[in-house]
Design a protein around this ligand. Structure first.
Ligand SMILES: [Zn+2]
Ligand SMILES: [Zn+2]
Length: 303
């Protein structure tokens, strides 16, 4: 939060110097009432107060347990057939487990985010995050528990498979903390303007670095209502996954963005209970529609 505030200060200075910003104090620039007191932001605050406590009490122990069990069983299975590469440069360095863990976790996040956009029954849960009409650092937690469950299952499974493969090849059984401890590379990323991705402050890393790392501006584009921005920039840290899946959008200049869903009624997402319940109702409708379509196709082919 503090580092993001510091970087927001630099962006403010730059905007003042280039004449983009006039007659605005720093506090009004960073915390405009129109954003932080917007009904959508107020819903975020209420939702997060309820949701974070559930996630911390249930999800954190659940995913840690799944990942640890999967790691232990895969490691025991892989170790006897593993080749001992512990002396090779790749496995002797202390930096490698962190790098491998970081790349796998980042790909896991990309994959579950990608699936959430492409599979209709999952989209209705991810829609909760995209229904935010203004972005504040709290919006990062505006995530339905079903989405969090999918993220956690995919993320912890990929991390466990990666950690077990690494351990088997390096002949080094990792301890619990080494798998779940804060990854140093992720920490650096979080410390660099992470909070600005859910904000009104535009910060792009430039046309070259935006192809390697997802900048705050690129995540804001992901939240845009403009059709040319839909299904772009799914990545969390690395932009390379988006480049591989042809979903990378690199802005050439600052763009005016309208956040939120380009369809429907914003009042559908105006309360905590609606954010929880509506996706379940919608997912039942999607499943029913899919079943009807399947039976129509079956009838047509049998006729
Ligand atoms: Zn999304
Ligand atoms: Zn977001």
């Amino acid at each position: 939060m503090l580092s993001s505030l510091l970087i927001a200060g630099l962006v403010y200075q730059y905007d003042c110097r280039t004449g983009r910003l006039r007659n605005s104090s720093f506090v009004k620039y960073v915390f405009p009432r129109s954003v932080y007191l917007h009904p959508s932001a107020v819903t975020d605050y209420k939702f997060v107060a309820v949701d974070l406590s559930i996630k911390l009490l249930v999800y954190v122990p659940l995913f840690s347990g799944i990942s640890w069990l999967l790691y232990k069983s895969l490691y025991s299975a892989l170790r006897p057939i593993g080749v001992d590469l512990s002396s090779s440069v790749l496995f002797s360095s202390a930096f490698m487990p962190g790098l491998v863990g970081f790349i796998l976790a980042d790909f896991g996040f990309f994959l579950s985010h990608y699936l959430m956009h492409k599979i209709p029954v999952l989209w209705v849960f991810h829609e909760v995050h995209h229904s935010a009409e203004v972005l504040t650092p709290i919006t990062v937690h505006r995530v339905h528990p079903v989405e969090e469950l999918l993220n956690g299952l995919i993320g912890s499974s990929i991390s466990a498979v990666g950690a077990a493969t690494y351990s088997a090849l390096s002949a080094k059984d990792l301890v619990f903390f080494e798998i779940f401890g804060v990854n140093a590379i992720s920490f650096i990323f979080f410390a660099f303007a992470f909070q600005l991705r859910h904000s009104h402050i535009w910060l792009s890393y430039g046309s070259v670095l935006n192809r390697i790392l997802i900048s705050p501006a690129q995540h804001q584009i992901h939240h845009s209502q403009d059709p040319q921005h839909w299904d772009k920039n799914f990545g969390f840290t690395l932009a390379v996954w988006d480049a591989c899946f042809r979903s990378l959008y690199v802005p050439r200049a600052q763009e005016a963005i309208r956040f939120g869903l380009p369809y429907g009624d914003p009042s559908d997402f105006s309360s905590v209970s609606k954010l929880y319940v509506l996706p379940f109702k919608k997912s039942l409708k999607v499943l029913r529609r899919t079943r009807e379509q399947q039976s129509t196709v079956k009838n047509a082919t049998s006729a």
